[in-house]
Design a protein. Structure first.
Ligand code: 6PG
Length: 476
């Protein structure tokens, strides 16, 4: 075979990835379960580079030079396993199978172990940036063996987004590390989107502003610290007018947020690892609440729907408060997400470089933002930084906004505007910086009713109190 890389699964993401490889001068073998998609790729985009189409999986594999590099871009779960089972008997030792879909990282760990037993490399890789990113340069988060990265890495770096000439692709870590990092990326994406939605709601309720006016506010914000893809598209979405009704587009969209599951996985894993990712969790639950139709219906006419009008004395000052609160809450969400990466890295022995993850998220992906440079710099200052919020830059930035943050969260509470992500992020900030937490009382209660023991502030060891008798403290 002569093709340098192959792509099987030519729905829009796979097709665009294949085109991206071809546009970078690679000879690309292409295959799809039904040939129609392959044919349409060749007919419509065949002039963009060198494609080698195949109808059968066997021909597809035979068209690849060795070690073969096969990118699978099909639905996560069963369909991915089905393609892997078809591929494996056709491959030879040292070949590399790349799963570029949004797989759940435990599946990637399992598949990597299975393929290793066959002498094959399995690379679970995150790919972010949607359809356009896949074509023009995504952010790529490959896991798997270091050996496979030696061969595959340069090709992936080539087709990835670039920021200041640096590729938005780097080796993440063994087995499931790449898909894990992509999962947390999506969790952070949920938090970012929820925070933006809450800011929009506050501006709408507080100022009585139209969607288009709020779009202009976001456009201004995009010129400062908040500059990011999501803020930019928010401005565009808010300015968009529905062609059919002439109304603001955002006002005619049903207010029930859906999800394909990566946010839920992020929260499930955080519970397993015991990492408080409250911003991401609240964002995920806020989507669930929006979709809780029976509950929302039951509330109609029973619980008051109206909000208490805001007292916004100074329009510009309020807008600036919301901006500062958004930024501070965003820092909390990222700080929590990076904690989760650190915890999983320790749990699974992945040795993930968090600064490098922030670097490859600067371009190509959905959460791309200027702000990610600051995160890379923070981990350059201290690679094992235990709390991003405690980095000198972020501590200062959040400190500057904290009074505004408190005003916004308290105004929202008084008015009855739900701000789960703003509020929980502020509560996290206050919790993590507290000198003493009421967890001491929780421990005492646990010892009282279940003899679960406690530790003391004044001496080492584990203790239990005889609560019913003479209340003697003794070593447990
Ligand atoms: C990306 C996106 C992409 C997809 C999400 C949407 O990084 O390119 O995250 O993976 O748009 O899966 O997720 P939900 O459908 O769960 O909102």
């Amino acid at each position: 075979g002569t093709a340098q890389i192959g792509v099987t699964g030519l729905a829009v993401m796979g097709r665009n990835l294949a085109r991206n490889f071809a546009r970078h001068g690679y000879t690309v073998a292409v295959h799809n379960r039904s040939y129609a998609k392959t044919r349409s790729l060749i007919e419509e985009n065949g002039d963009e580079g060198a494609f080698v189409p195949s109808e059968s999986m066997a021909d597809f594999v035979a068209s690849l030079e060795r070690p073969r590099k096969v990118v699978i871009m099909v639905k996560a779960g069963g369909p991915t396993d089905a393609v892997i089972s078809e591929l494996v008997p056709l491959l030879d030792e040292g070949d590399i199978v790349i799963d570029a879909g949004n797989a759940h990282f435990p599946d990637t760990r399992r598949r990597e172990a299975e393929l290793k037993a066959h002498g094959l490399h399995f690379v679970g890789t995150g790919v972010s940036g949607g359809e356009e990113g896949a074509l023009l340069g995504p952010s790529i988060m490959p896991g798997g063996s270091r050996d496979s990265y030696e061969v595959l890495g340069p090709i992936l770096e080539d087709i990835s987004a670039k920021v200041d000439g640096t590729p938005c692709c780097t080796y993440v870590g063994p087995d499931g590390a790449g898909h894990f990092v992509k999962m947390v990326h999506n969790g952070i994406e949920y938090a970012d989107m929820q925070l933006i939605a809450e800011a929009y709601d506050l501006l709408k309720q507080g100022l009585g502003a139209s969607a288009a006016e709020i779009g202009d506010i976001f456009r201004t914000w995009n010129e400062g610290d908040l500059e990011s893809f999501l803020i930019e598209i928010t401005a565009d979405v808010l300015s968009h007018v529905d062609a059919e009704t002439g109304q603001a587009f955002v006002d005619i969209v049903l207010d029930q947020a859906e999800q394909k599951g990566t946010g839920r996985w992020t929260v499930q894993n955080a519970l397993d690892l015991g990492v408080p990712i409250t911003g991401i969790a609240e964002a995920t639950f806020a989507r669930a609440l929006s979709g809780s139709v029976p509950q929302r219906t039951a509330a109609v006419g029973v619980l008051p729907a109206e909000t208490t009008p805001f007292e916004v004395a100074d329009r510009d000052a309020f807008i600036e408060d919301v901006r500062l609160a958004l930024y501070a809450s965003k820092v909390v969400a990222y700080s929590q997400g990076f904690d989760q990466i650190a915890a999983a890295s320790a749990e699974f022995g992945w040795d993930i470089d968090r600064g490098a993850m922030a670097r490859i998220w600067r371009g190509g992906c959905i959460i791309r933002a200027r702000f990610l440079n600051r995160i890379t710099e923070a981990y350059e200052r201290e690679a094992e930084l235990p709390l991003l919020l405690a980095d000198e830059y972020f501590a200062g930035a959040v400190g500057n906004g904290v009074a505004a943050w408190r005003r916004v969260v308290s105004q929202a509470a008084l008015a009855g505007v739900p701000t789960p992500a703003f509020s929980s992020s502020l509560a996290y900030y206050d919790g993590v910086r507290a000198e003493r937490l009421p967890a001491s009382l929780i421990q005492a209660q646990r010892d009282f009713f279940g003899a679960h023991t406690y530790r003391r502030t004044d001496k080492h060891g584990t203790f239990h109190t005889e609560w019913s008798g003479d209340r003697a403290e003794h070593d447990a």
